[in-house]
Design a protein around this ligand. Sequence first.
Ligand SMILES: Nc1ncnc2c1ncn2[C@@H]1O[C@H](COP(=O)(O)OP(=O)(O)OP(=O)(O)O)[C@@H](O)[C@H]1O
Ligand SMILES: [Mn+2]
Length: 269
Amino acid sequence: MTELRDLVDRLVADIDAVFLFSPSSSDYETLREVDGTVVVVGPENTVDADEFVQLPIDFTDLEGRIRFGIEGAMEQELIEEGDEVACVSDFMNGTANAVARIQTNEFSPSGVYDLFVNSRAEPGVVRDVFEVAVELGKKGQKGKPVGALFVVGDAGKVMNKSRPLSYNPFEKSHVHVGDPIVNVMLKEFSRLDGAFVISDAGKIVSAYRYLEPSAEGVDIPKGLGARHMAGGAITRDTNATAIVLSESDGLVRAFKGGELVLEIDPEEY
Ligand SMILES: Nc1ncnc2c1ncn2[C@@H]1O[C@H](COP(=O)(O)OP(=O)(O)OP(=O)(O)O)[C@@H](O)[C@H]1O
Ligand SMILES: [Mn+2]
């Protein structure tokens, strides 16, 4: 086994930082003694680490988790561009362990950290909407696939760049994403046309909005239709974030600043 050990040694030689994904306290205690930075990444800082990046959603895929952790650590200046880091994580529901070496200068940020942490809307609101979209994507509406478009943040401006398709069921209500009843309502109304508009603080401002952003110069991947175009374009015209569930391919995508920043398959969550 010496060859294998050599290989692992090379994998972790001369690294600048170790990233531990949801480590046990004993793993953290052992590894905090190493030279260099130790960054803990997880939904909660259960080990009381000094250097910590909080995951807003439970990324089940290893790549998503690593991306988020590295982008977050860069943004918090825990590591810098050009650093080489070793990531230690479980995956496949804890049935497998991985050590991965990442060269940060060969890593192009996807904007996933930025999406949750630096959106105009509160991070919890972006996460709640994201979760509704994922759940809707998993279950569909009465077993049939559904699509949905959620525009989160900068609601005043979004309302100015859109018009109603029908009467707004949220007109006089004061309901927020994350309330269990609201999730049921959002799923119910997602059968109908148009977009949901949600404020920075998570208030559902409107359903059934037809977005009319200027689509000039918006570059979204080919093959996506009007819903995605409208969702992408409104995020360039305003400071909103759009979360789009596709009826045709079942994926959830997020747009910010007119660009696609995240694409996930709800079945993998
Ligand atoms: N400008 C818009 N504003 C709000 N909703 C829109 C807009 N354009 C399209 N939609 C909604 O998107 C639905 C699907 O349109 P379309 O098939 O062109 O989009 P798509 O991007 O291909 O999405 P999907 O992958 O879900 O099919 C429409 O029925 C409508 O409800
Ligand atoms: Mn379509």
